[in-house]
Design a protein around this ligand. Structure first.
Ligand code: GDG
Length: 497
């Protein structure tokens, strides 16, 4: 594998550092963070040398000797970690406030969930400035700075204000909303201008990039675009900015191998033994209203009402991983989910069959893989999702012969998996119910053919491809080497006028 400019150091910046700081038995310890991003970026950081900058999970004053602890934690990793710290109140307004009560709902098209509190914007700017200061202290002019996600959109502008001349890229992990929705944001123009300070801006899908360019036309009516592939060039006044589409992937081989390991297969068999003769549907999501779990439960109820032959034949296992519970909307969602599970199970349970198994906790890695392996049908129906990695992990870890995927057309992954998944509109509970019915009856040959296509795509466009193509796009001379990825266009029913 090639990595762009191996001689240039890489500075990765994300809201959280890739380690988790914990206070256990009276002392502070670090646990390595898991997840695709760490796994893919760590080798690049090691090869090129570099630094990861982010919040260590504690606020100012909570953990003394933090820098020393971080040095110890990464002694053998081949790269350094630098913490960005701030006070508890700032953290609340920046993270819970602006990031998760303004940008998160708005960028997922849920403007009614937004709390446009002016104080939040001040904290967002301040904390982004703080990140920029720490980057400036640690970066050189010939480094490449790669900033991640919606919490840090302003960092580029703050860096330029501090005189930073290094090249900088930004990747947005969540969707970018359509113009009409973006326009609701009280701080819409400064935020767009801030994004333009990056040299490369990456989105998950062509849909997100198109939305962004439409918004850009508002502040730059003379916008000129060249190229039409994966990476295009936008000239705004005197600046030239590259804008690309980089659908994030997973470490396919790791999931495929671990999915077949003895422990996982044993645990999976054990899980299925409790559900003899059933087809098991699986949902795994963070507690989040964008993941569409309430609509999913309604669709499952609709399926049980309309297709009684499914009784005793299907079970839905829904895992919800606790997240952001101190935000009121998340707390309310938790209560709605519990009420719906109670209602639906109360309505349909019969001796020997409980339709929904609801798990509210996070799973360890073996359990996660065992659920992927044990369940025949993944039911992934977010109302909107940047990509959704759970569906890709399911494709990699499950058995090709027996598995099927029902996927929301509003997940970023729909573009890539459209030839193999049963795509649904998650708001249309009858359509989702019919897809459940169809998936349960799908013959093995069809399952295998569909899953084969999806696995090939998840394998070819994995997390290493993603890192590599982003870093290449930052420096490549010829952008025609970057072909445009597939796009999902909903099927329309022909009408005659
Ligand atoms: C954001 C964007 C975009 C889940 N439950 C457990 C567990 N997980 C892991 C999964 C997966 C990850 O968490 C969830 O990733 P998603 O992509 O589904 O969703 P977000 O957290 O919302 O991520 C999203 C992503 O960024 C990457 O760009 O795809 O659209 O919203 O990896 O495996 N892991 C363990 N136990 C669990 O219970 N160990």
């Amino acid at each position: 594998m090639t990595h762009a400019h191996p001689s240039h150091r890489l500075i990765v910046v994300s809201n959280r550092l890739p380690v988790i700081l914990k206070h256990e038995d009276g002392r502070w310890i670090f646990r390595p963070g898991s997840g695709g991003l760490v796994g893919a970026l760590a080798p690049v950081l090691r090869n090129r040398g570099g630094t990861w900058i982010g919040w260590p999970g504690v606020v100012e004053g909570e953990a003394p000797l933090l820098s020393q602890l971080l040095r110890q934690a990464t002694r053998d990793s081949g790269y350094t970690l630098k913490p960005v710290t701030f006070g508890a109140a700032e953290r609340d307004d920046f993270y819970h406030g602006f990031s998760n009560e303004v940008i998160w709902p708005l960028f997922h098209d849920l403007q009614s969930h937004c709390n446009f509190e002016p104080r939040y914007w001040d904290a967002y700017q301040k904390v982004n400035r703080r990140f920029a200061q720490v980057i400036t202290e640690n970066a050189r002019a010939d480094d490449f700075i790669w900033v991640h996600d919606y919490q840090l959109m302003n960092v580029g502008r703050e860096l330029r204000a501090l005189g930073m001349s290094a090249r900088m890229g930004f990747f947005l992990h969540i969707p970018f909303p359509p113009l009409d929705i973006y326009m609701k944001l009280p701080w819409r123009f400064p935020l767009l201008r801030a994004l333009l300070e990056y040299d490369l801006i990456g989105f998950q899908t062509l849909r997100d990039r198109r939305n962004f360019l439409q918004c850009l036309r508002l502040i730059a009516p003379d916008l000129s675009i060249s190229g039409k592939g994966q990476v295009i060039t936008v000239r705004v006044g005197s600046r030239e900015v590259r804008v690309g589409t980089f659908p994030i992937g997973i470490d396919f081989h790791e999931f495929a191998q671990e999915g077949q390991s003895e422990t996982v297969v044993r645990t999976a068999n054990h899980l299925h033994e409790d559900l003899p003769g059933r087809q098991v549907l699986l949902g795994i999501d963070r507690l989040d209203y964008t993941k569409g779990v309430c609509h999913r439960f309604e669709a499952f109820r609709n399926a049980l009402q309309r297709f009684p032959e499914l009784h005793h034949r299907v079970t839905l296992i829904q895992v919800v991983v606790p997240s952001r519970e101190d935000i009121p909307k998340y707390h309310m969602l938790k209560m709605d989910l519990e009420r719906l599970v109670g209602e639906i199970n109360g309505q349909f349970t019969q001796s020997g069959w409980v339709p929904i198994h609801y798990i509210f906790r996070s799973l360890n890695r073996t359990e996660l893989l065992a659920y992927y392996r044990a369940c025949e049908i993944a039911l992934i129906t977010p109302l909107k999702d940047g990509m959704n990695l759970v569906c890709k992990e399911f494709c990699a870890a499950s058995s090709e012969r027996d598995s099927a995927l029902i996927l929301s057309e509003f997940a970023g992954a729909a573009a890539q998996l459209q030839k193999g998944a049963l795509l649904v509109n998650p708001y249309n509970v009858e359509e989702v119910a019919e897809a459940i019915h169809r998936a349960v009856q799908m013959p093995t040959d069809e399952r295998r053919a569909r899953m084969h296509k999806m696995r090939r795509s998840v394998r070819d466009y994995d997390i290493f491809w993603w890192v590599d193509s982003f870093l290449q796009a930052a420096i490549a001379r010829d952008l025609s080497d970057f072909p445009a990825p597939e796009e999902y266009v909903p099927h329309t029913e022909a009408i005659s006028l």
